[in-house]
Design a protein. Structure first.
Length: 397
């Protein structure tokens, strides 16, 4: 009899434990948090930002012109060129974008033909670069040569493009365009001039104010036919080492922010260009199996993305048209370069450590399966209990 009672108590305890476990599983209340969560970011966060930007772009792109319309502010020539760059970068994910890119380019070239005086060093350079992002069938050698020569007329000394200092984003646009032109034409004059300017820039790298992130793109596109005093990759390392040195890693509210030593007039634009610079450096170091630099470049990129996410989602920072057009192809490229699994990272500022977090992926379907499993276990225990009771009842009879 005592054995029967003890067994009944054990089974009752198991059933009660199962019920408590089940009610715990279906409790949707969040666990109490004693402190704020650590800064974090995941692939899904970046994909959400990318989709929001694509939705914004799709809403405003004019399917008849390839230009942005229906904006609260009038778009500029530079923004039209940035729009073409987005169409070129995302042409593989939307079948209509190649045609829109051609329309965009035709409109801008038409403006150039009618009013070339409206084009500055930066817009002329962006136009030449955009031409080389379109299909080869749309090549216009005469226009390309004219633009290249126009850019070169700005070069008064080895230190400047006309009155524009060499170390500036406009000059970086110019060098990028000249490098693209040299690749296509192997023009000796272009090659000689750009080589002189690039060597001058490398000589200035020891000066703290000369690590402009716009130049990483320049040195990432230097063809093997141009020989420099310092290898392009070494210059990329130097630029990004300086960016890391000026990146916030302690203060949670500004964590990951790239800070310009010369106080850039547009800190968001500067941050976006720094992200692009670090993305290039991280990708290059991975390709070259440069493990030491790859680790720090990758960490810096992730921290920079944390700052971007905090600004967009938490601080609700309003990006300008140009910033949206700059960020969209950048975030699309980053999402293609980083692993495509469900990665996530957290930052422990006290130890200055970036931790890859392996999180349990849950869903309503998973919770339903868990609930069914617990209920089945309870039912099985109850069935065992009934069988045992019937067994002892028959035995007593």
């Amino acid at each position: 009899m005592n054995q029967k009672k003890n067994l009944s108590r054990i089974l009752f305890s198991l059933i009660l434990a199962g019920i408590l476990l089940f009610t715990g599983c279906i409790d949707n209340s969040d666990p109490p948090t004693e402190e704020e969560p650590l800064p974090h970011i995941s692939r899904s966060d970046l994909l959400l930002i990318q989709q929001d930007l694509i939705d914004w772009f799709e809403h405003h792109i004019n399917k008849n012109t390839g230009l942005l319309t229906d904006m609260r502010e009038n778009t500029s020539l530079k923004q039209d060129l940035f729009t073409g760059n987005v169409l070129a970068a995302l042409s593989s994910i939307n079948d209509t974008y190649p045609d829109l890119l051609q329309q965009n380019l035709n409109r801008i070239v038409g403006i150039y033909d009618d009013h070339p005086e409206q084009f500055s060093l930066s817009t002329s350079s962006l136009l030449l670069s955009l031409i080389y992002k379109t299909p080869a069938s749309t090549s216009n050698p005469a226009l390309e040569q004219e633009l290249a020569q126009y850019i070169l007329t700005f070069r008064k000394t080895e230190h400047t493009f006309n009155t524009t200092l060499l170390i500036s984003k406009d000059a970086a646009y110019a060098l990028t365009a000249l490098l693209s032109h040299e690749k296509q034409t192997e023009n000796i004059t272009i090659k000689t001039n750009t080589t002189t300017l690039l060597n001058h820039y490398q000589q200035q790298l020891n000066k703290d104010s000369y690590y402009s992130p716009w130049y990483t793109t320049v040195f990432d596109n230097i063809p093997s036919t141009i020989n420099l005093e310092t290898t392009p990759y070494q210059t990329i390392i130097q630029i990004n080492d300086m960016l890391i040195e000026h990146q916030e890693t302690i203060n949670t509210s500004t964590l990951g922010k790239y800070t310009s030593s010369n106080r850039s007039k547009d800190p968001i634009d500067y941050h976006l260009q720094s992200l692009k610079s670090m993305m290039i450096a991280s990708n290059r170091s991975t390709y070259l199996n440069d493990t030491m630099n790859q680790t720090q470049f990758h960490q810096s990129l992730i921290l920079g993305l944390m700052h971007l996410q905090n600004n967009i989602t938490t601080e609700k920072t309003h990006l300008t048209i140009s910033q949206n057009l700059t960020l969209l192809p950048l975030i699309y490229t980053i999402n293609n370069i980083l692993p495509n699994d469900n990665w996530s990272y957290i930052w422990e500022s006290s130890t200055q450590t970036l931790i890859e977090a392996k999180t349990l992926q849950t869903s309503p379907e998973l919770w339903m399966l868990l609930s069914i499993g617990v209920m089945a276990s309870i039912g099985l225990l109850a069935l065992v209990f009934i069988i045992i009771r019937l067994y002892y009842r028959n035995k007593e009879q």
